[in-house]
Design a protein around this ligand. Sequence first.
Ligand code: XMP
Length: 552
Amino acid sequence: MPAKRYLSQMNASATAEPSDAVTFDLLAELPDGVRGQVVPILDFGSQYVQLIARRVREQGVYSVLVPPDVSVDVLREAGCVGVILSGGPSSVYEEDAPKPDPRLFELGVPVLGICYGMQVGCQLLGAEVKPAESREYGRVNLRLEDETEKLLRGVPGRTTAWMSHGDQVNALPPDEFVPLATTNTCPFAAVRHQSLPFYGVQFHPEVTHTPHGTDLLANFLFDVCGAKGRWTMADFMDSQVKAVREKVGDAHVILGLSGGVDSSVVAALLSKAIGQQLTCIFVDNGLLRKGERHLVEHTFRGHFDLDLRVIDASADFLNDLEGVTDPQEKRTRIGHRFIDVFKQTAEEIAKGHGDVKFLAQGTLYPDVIESGHGYAGTAANIKLHHNVGGLPEQLGFDLIEPLRNLFKDEVRQLGEVLGLPEAMVWRHPFPGPGLAVRVLGEVTPDQLALLREADEVLLEEIVAASLYRKTAQVFAVLLPVRAVGVMGDGRTHEQVIAIRAVESQDFMTADWARIPFDVLATISNRIINEVRGVNRVCYDISSKPPATIEWE
Ligand code: XMP
């Protein structure tokens, strides 16, 4: 989730770590069960590289990113069943272009090159790569040469694929390659080597815009590589538990728990790994939804063996917000207060546990990729999508980020495996500044109380209509205007609630949800009847862009 408008304020001082061996460590720490069944991805810097890993993992085959020039000996030791070469922004004929270990094909396992990965693989095997006369970006028509090829089984002879390239393979050594597919301007849109187990595709099978991309990847994994496909999220959990234990040793870890999915999953995972060596800090900022603090306390005290500190700083937060109506100012004040409270608590915990060495965070892969941070990527400012951005440096902690290779839905799967309750795993996202950005205008205890009531009614009805899991985010917004109404025989002059319900994959874009009219009618009736001070309910029918999901 980007939510760029607040990131710059909260994380002004955060800079990128050097491209270290974090992900690479995973390879060395593979659970026993996946040795011999791993498909590493040589990361040449593509925006889609983690998406490839995720598509492979979805098929039950363990995948991990490794540096593009990783030694073949490392790959051999890890026991690969196949290797994927990712796309990337470079041109293979440039001097500094990243290249794989030239002994790559000595590994003896199938290799699939995607886009730049195809070009670099073909070049290694004697092909010529040049700028394409006609570059291809977006959807193209693809014609298969031979539908019975293992890699293409189940893919129709005429289909579409997603392209994004300026260079392409221009000429292949005669009699050494079999062309498998073409487009109008790309003569080698897919190829196979005659004698070595190398396949290349110029298009991107990992994106959903390539309709048969998943079939192609499955063909590569199972028919070409002979992978077994038995890897599960439970294995990921085991490997992370092991990795965290090794990294932490006897030291102590703190974690800012927000009650959202990501930090909750990290809490559950770390609790399993290191139990009482973890202290979670949950800050009640007075801007939470109804029952939120109880849900977090109940879940973590009741189900997990962890040290949870609930810090009630609501008076300080509300004090800071007095008289403030500008949304950015609200965010800045909340961000600063949060850092103060967190820092103070962390220092107190450190006094009790002299060995607090680590801060755990629920950073997800989309947060990482936005920074251009990868094995082939150049260092750029990291946009930590976290309330505690900037803190690790101030406090001198090392970071533990066990979810940094996962996408949101994978995190939810992991949460289920860890035994988190459904209400926690499937929660809609909630912004760090909480209800402060949903009470438009000044945030007061009365306005917050009113919004909490309306929001609770709304969510009850959404759940009752089985719409919660079908929507990405649903919430109520309290507008700072009064409307005239009539109740009984009297005139009313009360506030307006807006209902926001959106569908979205990644929260970068969103469409308003088509909630059935009768559900909206029940919600409206209930809010107006049950929430004192509201006489009108509106439904927000704006998509993002041009609107944003939150109103402030
Ligand atoms: P917008 O309103 O930018 O929201 O379309 C996109 C997603 O980000 C969430 N959001 C925030 N999350 N702090 C956060 O942690 C914030 O200040 C913030 N503002 C928006 C929003 O709820 C949606 O999921």
